[in-house]
Write a protein that binds this ligand. Structure first.
Ligand code: NAD
Ligand code: ZN
Length: 372
């Protein structure tokens, strides 16, 4: 590649500060250093976590940054010491790394690699080790990935090589939303055949959780959302019952308890709201009910009455669906059933439109075509 070893100037959507629209800028992307890979981003999804950072948590220390962590692309060049990747390989950047060396990677019980940005910098949600500059200023790399840019540089421990014929504008969703929701159901909750489940929040993450419950053999899946437009899609993914909490004058956990003779076996919170987290736990049956937190928030503490756990329920959380990222993403790509999700394709210039569509709930996932 003619660009190897040189600084690349390219377009990126920069979030200069919280609560303002992203700005299209020309940025400089330095060549990859030891163990790093420079990737030409081809497509990226817009996940709720991309909105959460600038519009909900608003911590100024995480700015300026390039958002985006649901991308797929092609290797442009590799730094010294990289042997598993070569220019032209199709890849998926991973917001959760898998170094293979740390005690967490070596344990079969978790996917939380200790070398991930999130183990040190989860409060600023960015990796300060950045190869980006813009107008003379370093620009942070959101979640270590920054896929709202034509090029990005990522350590090889956070990149998965995928099949050459994978459609990048579809499989990009496997780098976050779909794997997260699906894995939360099949791995973290451990949904069992014949069980009754409830999924709270029906964005891409929640719909994937519904799909996971169905594939694990759940007999009844309650889809819960305050936006009833989401119910039709949830049905396609396997939901059997639909509840809008706003349509009842009592807590939805009581409604669920009445409909299921005491509560659901498994519940998954895919909203990122601490009140909904509590409700999801309270919706579980005593004795064995399992509730999984998938929605992301650091703004508030959560709470519940101790009796909820004393009565035999389990409250768990899940990052990236419990999947060990580098090992699992290539397999998920192979198993991906194409065309189950409506993909609204847009260009990088329309990134703020995509954010607004997500805020109003008018799309499940917007895919931005970054480059050809
Ligand atoms: P989204 O915004 O597309 O979907 C959220 C859904 O929740 C919407 O349909 C909305 O109408 C619904 N909702 C809002 N308030 C509700 C309420 N009170 N009760 C029921 N439903 C309600 O978001 P998404 O991209 O699907 O992401 C969902 C959550 O998962 C976010 O918090 C995101 O940050 C988080 N997330 C976590 C991980 C992880 O690894 N744990 C990974 C990706 C995303
Ligand atoms: Zn590790």
């Amino acid at each position: 590649m003619a660009t190897a070893g040189k600084v690349i100037k390219c377009r990126a959507a920069v979030a200069w500060e919280p609560n303002v629209p992203l700005m299209m800028e020309e940025i400089e992307v330095a060549p990859p250093q030891e163990g790093e890979i420079r990737i030409k981003v081809v497509a990226t999804g817009v996940c709720h976590t991309d909105l959460y950072h600038p519009f909900e948590v608003k911590d100024k220390r995480g700015f300026p940054t390039v958002l985006g962590h649901e991308g797929a692309g092609v290797v442009e060049s590799v730094g010294p010491g990289v042997t598993d990747f070569k220019p032209g390989d199709k890849v998926i950047p991973l917001f959760l790394s898998q170094c293979g060396e740390c005690k967490f990677c070596k344990s079969p019980n978790t996917n939380l690699c200790d070398c991930s940005w999130s183990s040190k910098y989860h409060d600023i949600m960015s990796d300060p080790t950045t190869r980006f500059t813009c107008r003379g200023q370093p620009i942070l790399q959101f979640m270590g990935t920054s896929t709202f840019s034509e090029y990005t540089v990522i350590n090889q421990i956070a990149v998965a090589k995928i099949a050459d014929d994978a459609p990048l504008d579809r499989v990009c969703l496997l780098s976050c939303g779909i794997s997260t929701g699906y894995g939360a159901a099949v791995n973290t909750a451990g949904v069992t055949p014949g069980s009754v489940c409830a999924v709270f929040g029906l964005g891409a993450v929640g719909l994937a959780a519904v799909m996971g419950c169905k594939n694990a053999g759940a007999s009844r899946i309650f889809a819960v959302d305050i936006n009833e437009k989401k119910f039709e899609k949830a049905k396609v993914f396997g939901a059997t019952d639909f509840l809008n909490p706003k349509a009842y004058d009592k807590p939805i956990s009581e409604v669920l308890a009445e409909l299921t003779n005491g509560g659901v076996d498994f519940s998954l919170e895919c909203v990122g709201n601490t009140e909904v987290m509590r409700t999801a736990l309270e919706s579980c049956v005593k004795g064995w009910g399992v509730s999984v937190l998938v929605g992301w928030t650091d703004v508030k503490d959560f709470s519940a009455k101790p009796i909820q756990l004393i009565s035999g329920k389990t409250w768990k959380g899940s990052l990236f669906g419990g999947f060990k990222s580098k090992d699992s993403v290539p397999n998920l790509v192979c198993n991906y059933m194409n065309g189950k999700i409506k993909l609204d394709k847009m260009s990088l210039e329309q990134v703020n439109d995509a954010i607004n569509l997500m805020k109003t709930g008018d799309c499940i996932r917007c895919i931005l075509n970054i480059s050809k």
